[in-house]
Design a protein around this ligand. Structure first.
Ligand SMILES: NC(=O)c1ccc[n+]([C@@H]2O[C@H](COP(=O)([O-])OP(=O)(O)OC[C@H]3O[C@@H](n4cnc5c(N)ncnc54)[C@H](OP(=O)(O)O)[C@@H]3O)[C@@H](O)[C@H]2O)c1
Length: 325
């Protein structure tokens, strides 16, 4: 099968499309023929080996994992003898490792569920990591409640476009922050209010929010605090990529420390890919309450271009890879 392989850390040029063996599945796994996948900042960090601190886990001088890719959507080609939930021919989507490839093996109890029939493979492949991040940020760390005023800073990218829609599904009043070219997109996915950050600084506004999801991760605690209600929660999802040693960790720790004596809370988290939350997303998608926003589609041979574009930090929704049509 064809797969994206790399032997060293570096820019997108380190990625190679190679012919490798098709994986063999275990008794509790399904073999999925991947139809589409999508790129996430996690793939970019893994490719570049930045921040350097991550190399303690992934290999100091060379990456131990030679393959990349997390999100996938495709069709079950074969199932292990203990698999009960899926059979060959089922269309599924989920999260795994090594998804920039034509086939992948996934445990049936892992983060894989049936693809809603209303979604294309490209749409389904755009969902897992970004939407799980939005869901867990809002629900588990932000404790979102019906009627709350929620501010989403970075509303137009992969995580942000899901966060706006999932916050609306919880009955929140949503304000999205994005640049001029994305104002219509953010409004079209249901934001009640949109702030164009090139014209207006939300940290200087008179509005107060019960929950702020900082996906762009570009504001300090002293900037955010004035727009937060006394019992508000700030969930920091992303941070600047400028510090190559520790990446966004410095920003995250700084916000946490600065807020330690405030009545408001700051939450930081790492997304957990899991089946129960994939089921929640599957239901939201089936009900039409969340619809993926896709910026562009690339071929599997163009994963490098997709990651180069993602690395620029201005995606409009998700960047998808069509693997096999
Ligand atoms: N905690 C976790 O486990 C977790 C999981 C997933 C992702 N993340 C992090 O979350 C961040 C976003 O991920 P993503 O997949 O959504 O990235 P993405 O698809 O590249 O989106 C980035 C978005 O940020 C917006 N943006 C850039 N500068 C901005 C600014 N000054 N103010 C407001 N928005 C701005 C861009 O909109 P404009 O073009 O309009 O500027 C773009 O739409 C990354 O740092 C990623 O590492 C964390």
């Amino acid at each position: 099968m064809k797969a994206i392989v790399r032997h060293r850390y570096g820019p997108p040029e380190v990625l190679e499309l190679q012919e490798i063996d098709k994986p063999s599945f275990k008794d509790d796994e399904v073999l999925v023929r991947i139809r589409a996948t999508s790129v996430n900042p996690a793939d970019w960090h893994s490719m570049t080996g930045t921040p350097y601190i991550a190399r303690l886990a992934f290999g100091l001088t060379k990456p131990k994992p030679r393959r990349l890719g997390i999100d996938f959507a495709g069709t079950v080609e074969a199932a292990g003898r203990n698999v009960k939930q899926f059979q060959p021919g089922d269309d599924v989507f989920g999260a795994t490792s090594e998804a920039f490839a034509e086939y992948v093996c996934v445990a049936e109890d892992g983060p894989v569920v049936r693809k809603p029939v209303s979604l294309t493979f490209e749409q389904a492949a755009s969902v897992p990591v970004a939407a799980l991040t939005a869901l867990q940020g809002l629900r588990d760390h932000g404790h979102i409640q019906h009627g709350q005023k929620v501010l989403i800073n970075g509303a137009s990218g992969g995580v942000g476009t899901f966060a706006v829609q999932i916050a609306k599904s919880f009955g929140a009043e949503v304000t999205g922050v994005c640049s001029t070219r994305n104002v219509d997109i953010v409004r079209s996915i249901g934001a009640d209010h949109v702030i164009d950050y090139t014209h207006e600084d939300f940290t200087r506004s008179d509005h107060r929010y019960d929950l702020m999801i900082d996906i762009a991760g570009n504001r300090s605690w002293s900037e955010c605090k004035p727009v937060l209600n006394p019992q508000a929660i700030l969930v920091v999802v992303g941070g600047p990529k400028t510090n190559r040693l520790i990446g966004p960790l410095g920003h995250l720790a700084g916000v946490r420390l600065a807020a330690s004596r405030s009545s408001q809370k700051v939450a930081l988290f790492v997304t957990k890919v899991n089946k129960p939350d994939m089921v929640v997303l599957q239901k939201l998608l089936e009900a039409g309450r969340v619809r993926p926003v896709i910026d562009r589609c690339h071929e599997l041979s163009d994963v490098a271009d997709a990651l180069r574009y993602l690395g620029e930090g201005h995606a409009q929704g998700k960047i998808v890879i069509t693997v096999q049509s």
